[in-house]
Design a protein around this ligand. Sequence first.
Ligand code: ADP
Ligand code: ZN
Ligand code: ZN
Length: 820
Amino acid sequence: MIAKVVVDVPVMDTDRTYDYLIPPNLSGKVKVGSRVVVPFGPRSIQGFVVELVQQPAPDAEQRNLKEITSVPDEEPPLTGELVELALWMSRRYICYLFTALQSMVPAAMRSTYKRWVSIPDDPSVGEQLKRHVLLTGEGEDLYYDLHRGRMEWEQIIRKYPDSEAFLQRWVKEGWVHLDREVGDRITRKKVTVVKLLTDEAELKHVIEELPAQAMKQRDVLNYFLHRPGMGGVALKQLLQETSTVRGTVQRLVERGVLVFEEVDAYRDPYEHSQFQKETPPVLTRQQQRALAPILSAIENETFEAFLLHGVTGSGKTEIYLQAIAEVLKKGKEAIVLVPEISLTPQMVRRFKGRFGDRVAVLHSRLSTGERYDEWRRIKDGRAKVAVGARSAIFAPFRHLGLIIIDEEHESSYKQEENPRYHARDIAWYRGRKNHAAVIYGSATPSLETYDTAKKGKITYLSLQERIGNRPLPQVELIDMREELRNGNRSMFSNLLKDEIDQRLKRKEQMVLFLNRRGFSTFVMCRSCGAVSRCPHCDISLTYHRYNKALRCHYCGYAEREPQSCSQCGSTHIRYFGTGTQRVEEELSQLFPGIRIIRMDVDTTSRKGAHEQLLNRFQKGQGDVLLGTQMIAKGLDFERVSLVGVIAADTVLHLPDFRSAEKTFQLLTQVGGRAGRHQLEGKVVIQTYTPEHYSIQFARNHDYRGFYEKEILEREKKGYPPFTRIILFTLSHEEATQVVKTADQLCKILKDRLPPTVTILGPVPSPVARIKNRYRFQCMLKYGTERQIPQQVAEVIRQFELERKKDKVQIVVDVDPQVMM
Ligand code: ADP
Ligand code: ZN
Ligand code: ZN
């Protein structure tokens, strides 16, 4: 048998399978999906088996086949279905196969490489090193250490911080030997279990024989006597239940009655949480109507996708829970994706409360070990429901019956590093392969999903009312141009100031929202709200400070910085990109003593900071929660009665064809934050363009109206879903080098792809420089030709192989969500 292995060297040259022999001692263990360690050139590396065949591939270099060295896991971490999926992903997203495979397993399985340093056996070499050390005194202590046995490189550097330089020289001279060893970061938690070694009759006998004063030992043995047939009990539990100490049990072990055993355990991230068992409520009429078709798809085991469209609080999660219950009843499994940010303890409680420890939770705040164990519970069949962020879509279930993507419009479902997959597509793929139901849920579905539903490929289900008929909050639009005309130059309108003041007096809380920190800036007239847009692409022009120019970063169109407004002639022209810090300052000046909790990239970069800030707000330690879009979703605070949006325009003028959609989603979601409980909620939206349709439709809670208008705009301009986009971002430390390579790339794409494909650029990216690397991009637009990604992949492969030396990094993003 030959194993075809994809190796952990993700570069273009090695993006294929290599043949390896399976040695007899591993013959039963190597399967499709196995993780293996193999020799590769002079090294030892990790790989995944993607196929088993009888004959090796007939090419010459493979005549001397090497053997697989080892198989680290008991069972293959990937199922056959996942291996297939990885192959599909590598074509669909134009990424390396290894990268796709690795994204499906927990981080603990990523390879680590250790370097062992030792003194060679050859006595003449040893003699040379010895002479050198004695003569120069260099590394004398290390030399004696190494005589006692090999040492790991990192360990040496820790012990002798100055040794790195001469150690490298020793290696070069051949005085010491370097062995590389491949490993991983898997650690297993062990617990001590106590087991009984005797049968019942003998146990009774032992108890009788115990001296009268050995009361504690008697208690322990009685514990076992009263539980016949019990396999064993965790030492910790035994000590607790019999109120004894370890010494007592130890004595019984020494007598040969009991025995200690170390067994594998699962780390449980929710070990210390109690989950109240809860019973499902009776569904409302509209919930029943939505659930019925989902249940019949589950019942018939057919692939069917649903869009569950319902405002926040309309009972979507309850529908998920009842659909999952049905799936479990059939002995099948379910995946639930939730945006990272809304994977709060409250959310977890709802799932664990209903399904107990059949729920595994996967998210990035778990430790590597915890995540590995939660994943293992899925793999071992102990967990039947995986609740998690994006990557939980790869949960290794074998009888998948249901996939749910909550808040399906969320951009965090798209991975912004390789492989650049969208969980929405993966859900569709796995649903189809497993004959499972797929539910996309949202209050503001992405235009693409809604459009697919309109075309009938997704079943549309809607929930129109909130549970308990709680009204949607009242939304006030403030025209900031008017404020300016009335002499108010502050970033707060008079109404918003007034509302804040009232909340402070009533001791209620508020959320103030500002768009993401100003990465990209645009130029806007404060008198009339006009923003310069590209005449060809209809996206906002981006202001580039270094040459004071406005530029379209799709097609490259440029114009000079305007001195006055082209619409109204006003000179009140401003660059937008206000930071949260400035809002905080102004707020403190207006309301001395106001307690502000600021949440943005700066205050939440530390691990756990995000939750801490939210906790403080929850406890009432702040009047205002001020933040970027991270506060817009999923949060639910009882005492919040006001939500303010400082400037809706910052999203609207993102240089992105989805900016209207993002504005609509954001304003709708932000509105959903207010008035979820007893307090009546109010939303104040400030804007310089109140007439814009995205803002108008959001104010009226009119999704349908928004869709009808937006889909026309997309069609007119030729944007998705009418076309598809592939974005190339090139970066390098020298601008001239990026430009040169980008030009070459565009030329090759134009030459080799059919003329129906439009290629725009190269142009500087809106974020023109990151970490000293200049960034340029080109955009490829095509219609419905399905073979284009494959052709692009081929062009890129050729191009990468030909231009190896220039070190320009090329990132390919198929169906990009972020255009910067
Ligand atoms: P969504 O997911 O759409 O925001 P939820 O499922 O969280 O909505 O429901 C909102 C609130 O209403 C929750 O507190 C939930 O427990 C409650 N709820 C949902 N369905 C029912 C029902 N049929 N009867 C009573 N309460 C319900
Ligand atoms: Zn103007
Ligand atoms: Zn343009």
